[in-house]
Design a protein around this ligand. Structure first.
Ligand code: CU
Length: 213
């Protein structure tokens, strides 16, 4: 219930920010984008992501549910110039045919991490697995809000042209609420695959824009 209320409030707020930016410097391109987050692996999870771009700064809001409760969920914006700008799907993108989509198996679709959606501290790709700085989804619900995240011109442009993808990681394969299955993670063999495999994913579609780039 709370999630729905928050989403209903957030969309107009982001829209208002875009309108206000009309009075800003002509060089500061702005856009708002939205992603419908759908399950990548076999989980009953989903959510919404909103990104507001103002030049080289972005504000991000994510509301998701059905995630593994009380466990860290790495969340990123992914983009690669050579990627498909899509989310991966089973079984076609399951390269090793183990029945699960790993983060690496999705890279041809969504590209590498370009922004780490941490709750505090650095947001660069080097923080992609900073598990102590991501949301933990109390009760399976993830609510994330962070403003003034600095991004490169390339990433700003990728979002403004609908080529960036939001991915929230952390899945459940064996019915427990711990990250303890799926074999070793493809990203960090010291972690179980459940901790890093993608849970929900959505392409950021531009909902309004002004002065692209
Ligand atoms: Cu990611």
């Amino acid at each position: 219930m709370r999630r729905t209320t928050k989403l209903a409030l957030a969309a107009p707020l982001l829209g208002a920010a875009a309108v206000l930016s009309l009075g800003g410097p002509a060089s500061a391109a702005s856009a708002t984008a939205h992603a419908d987050l759908a399950p990548v692996n076999d989980m009953n999870a989903g959510g919404q992501a909103y990104v507001d771009v103002q030049g080289n700064k972005i504000s991000v809001m994510i509301a998701a549910s059905g995630l593994v409760p009380d466990q860290p969920h790495a969340a990123h914006i992914h983009f690669g110039a050579d990627a498909n700008h899509e989310c991966p799907s089973l079984p076609s993108d399951d390269a090793d045919m183990d029945g699960h989509l790993s983060t690496s198996e999705g890279v041809p679709d969504y590209g590498p991490v370009v922004v780490s959606l941490t709750t505090f501290g650095p947001t660069d790709p080097g923080s992609a697995l900073a598990v102590d700085r991501f949301g933990t989804a109390p009760g399976g619900n993830l609510t994330y809000e962070r403003g003034s995240i600095k991004v490169s011109r390339e990433v700003s442009r990728a979002i403004q042209t609908g080529q960036a993808v939001v991915v929230v990681h952390g899945v459940q394969y064996n019915g427990t609420t711990a990250y303890d299955a799926g074999g070793p993670s493809d990203l960090d063999p010291s972690l179980p695959a459940e901790a890093t495999d993608p849970a929900i994913c959505g392409v950021l579609d531009v909902t309004s824009s002004r002065g692209v780039q």
